[in-house]
Design a protein around this ligand. Structure first.
Ligand SMILES: [Zn+2]
Length: 164
């Protein structure tokens, strides 16, 4: 920001109408440029004195100190705003992580499948669908398997499996 622009913005700054997005650059110029700072003090003194005169108020004791305080408050406001933005980002990031953990957690959750009543072992599968769902395919496979085993046992008890 050049001096011409800064001094133009000083008027808006004094009246409190400086757009927030202009504030960081304006403040950094005023801090680093003694000419514009001096000009700001003068402009502020005149504007405030006129306002006080119009309102019938007493004149300030130290206009220079007043504008310094105003500049400090503006700087603090910017720091506060930056901090708030940082906190906001941290909170959003934390929420995203929580959501991600929940989504990944529920997607990889192992589900118990219902098996036929007479089966001795439960079957545990990685499952990406509806939890605790009745799986007719697995039930059928298990039933067929149980039937086959029973048939083999029956044959074994009769003295061995006959040749086909
Ligand atoms: Zn300047």
């Amino acid at each position: 920001m050049d001096c011409k622009r800064a001094q133009k913005l000083s008027e808006q700054y004094i009246s409190g109408n400086l757009p927030q997005e202009e504030l960081p650059e304006y403040l950094s110029h005023i801090k680093s440029c003694p000419v514009c700072r001096e000009s700001l003090v003068t402009d502020y003194s005149i504007a405030t004195a006129i306002e006080q005169l119009n309102k019938g108020e007493d004149f300030s004791v130290d206009y220079s100190n007043e504008i310094s305080q105003k500049l400090i408050r503006s700087s603090q406001f910017l720091v506060h705003k930056r901090r708030l933005l940082y906190v906001k980002r941290v909170v959003i990031a934390a929420l995203l992580i929580v959501v991600l953990v929940l989504v990944v957690g529920s997607a990889t959750k192992k589900t118990w499948y219902y098996l036929p009543e007479n089966s001795t072992e439960s079957l545990r599968l990685k499952h990406y669908g509806i939890p605790q769902d009745y799986d007719p395919v697995w039930v059928e496979i298990s039933e067929l398997n149980n039937e086959a085993v029973a048939k083999l046992r029956e044959l074994a008890s009769l003295g061995g499996i006959p040749d086909e």
